[in-house]
Ligand binder design. Sequence first.
Ligand SMILES: *Cc1c(COP(=O)(O)O)cnc(C)c1O
Length: 505
Amino acid sequence: MENEAFDNLDMKPEDFRKLGYRVIDMITEYYTSIQEIPVFPPVTTSEVEEVFKEDFPEAGQDPFNIVKEWKTKILPYATHLGSPRYFGFVNGSGTMIGTLAEAMAAAVNMNSGGWKAAPSATEIERRTIAWIAELVGFPLDCGGLFTSGGTMANFTALETALRNIAPYDITNKGLQDKQIPGKFRVYMSDHEGHISITRVVDLLNMGRESVHLVKSRDDFSMDTADLLKCIDQDISNGDYPLCVVGQVGSINVGVIDPLEEIAAICKERNIWFHADGACGAVGMLIPEKREQYQGLELADSITLDPHKWLYIPYDCGCVLVRDAEKMRRAFSLQAPYLRGTLPTEYSGLYYLDYGPEMSRSFRALKVWMSIKHYGREGYRKLLSQNVNCVEYLDTLVRKDEDFQALHKPNLLMYCMQYAPLILKEKYKLNPEQLDSRLDLLNQQIVDKIQISGTAFIMSSKIRGRIVIRLSVCSHRTTKEDILLVFLKLKEIGEGLSSRNIMEEY
Ligand SMILES: *Cc1c(COP(=O)(O)O)cnc(C)c1O
C-alpha cells in the first residue's frame, strides 16, 4: 500500500462555518426576493441542459464556488413554488424552519428505517404522527409514517388493505393464487378521484382496470347510491371489493365525499375505507369547515401530504392506518442484518416494518419543527387565509360577466373558465364551436400567464371542458396577489379573444 497521508476530505470547522453563513445569506436574500421574482423561468429544455453541461469532475472544486452556482445556475432556472403567486399542481410553499430542519437532519444523518440507527428521529416521527392523528380525529395509537408523498402514502394504505382483507395469504402467495378467480376492485369517484390510485393499483399489479369509477353528484362528490350499485355488480361478477377511496378535498374543486355514508357502506360490507386527504385533510383545522369532515375519523386509513397544505418543503407525505398491527402484518420482514441485536430496552420501533421503504430520511424533523413553530393557531390562520383567497377569487369571477364560475368554492382548490361575451355575441358560434374555442382560449391563457412570470397557473378539465385551475397552497398568498392574478388573466384573455379568432378555424 502506498504511504499516502490519510485525509477524510471534511472541511475545517472554520471553513464550514464561513461557507454555511454564506449559504444562509444567499437563502435569506432569496426569501427577501420571493415576492417579486418571476414565478416560472421562460426557458427551454435545451437552454437548461446547456447550463449544466459538465463532465464528471476529476479534481475537486472550491466549495465556495460550488455554492455560488445556486445563484448563477439554479435559481435562474428554477420554478419558485415559494412564490405567493405559484398556484400549480397542489404544491406547498415551504416553511422557513423546514429549510433549516433539512440541513440539520442531513447533519445528524440518521436513517429512520430502524430504531437503533435513529432513536430520536424515530420518536419525533412517532410523536408527530400522533399529533397529526389528533388533528384529523384518529386514535393516537394508530399506525402511520411519513412517505415521499401522497402516492406512496396511498400505496402503503392500499397494500395494507390488500394484505389484511384478501381471503388468502397474499403476503406469501402473491396475487397469483389459482384458488381465487375474481379481481380485487377499488372504488373512487369518476370526476374527482385521483390518478395516484391508478398508479397504486398498477404498482400492486392489480391491473389499472381494477379501479371502478363511481358516479358523482352535481357537486362533484361521490354518489353513494351508485357506489352500492358498482359494488353489487362486481360481486355478482365474482370480483372482490377491496377498498373505497373517499376524497377529502378533491384535486379540482376541493370537494369532500360523504365520508360517513362511505364508512357505513364499507363497514357493512367489510370493505377497507381509505380517505385520500392528500391535499385537503388538514382543512379540518378550520372551524367553519369542520362539519364536512364528519366520518373521516371512521376511515381505516388516511393519506395526508404535509408538503401540500402544511407547507412543508419537499418531500413529505403521510399515511395513517387505524390499526398499526395491520401495517406491520403487511410490511414486516426479517433478515439477520436488520436487527443484529437481542431485543433489549435499547431498541424500539423499526419503521421499516410498517411501510415500503427501508432506509428513510429524517423527514419528520421538518414537520415537527414547523408544527412547533406555528402551532395549531398559526396553521389555522394560514389555512383560513388560503380559503379566504379562494372565496375572494370566486367573488371576482362571479362579478365578472366574462368569467364563468364552475363550482362552490371550498378549501384550497378553484376552477373557473374565461368565457367572454364577445365570443358568444360577435362571432355567432354554435355551441360546439364555442366549446372548442373556449377550450383553446383557456389553455392559451394558462400557457401565456406561465411564460409571463406573473403567476404559475395550470389548466384542468371540468366535465370535459378545459378550465383555469388554481391551488392556493402558499402561506404567502394575499388577496392582493389574487386580484393581481385575476386581472392579469382577464387582460391576457381579452388580448387573445380580440384577435380575429375566426382565422384559427
Ligand atoms: C397530490 C395528491 C396525491 C398524490 O400525492 P403526491 O404527493 O403527489 O405523491 C394523491 N391524492 C390527492 C387527492 C392529491 O391531491
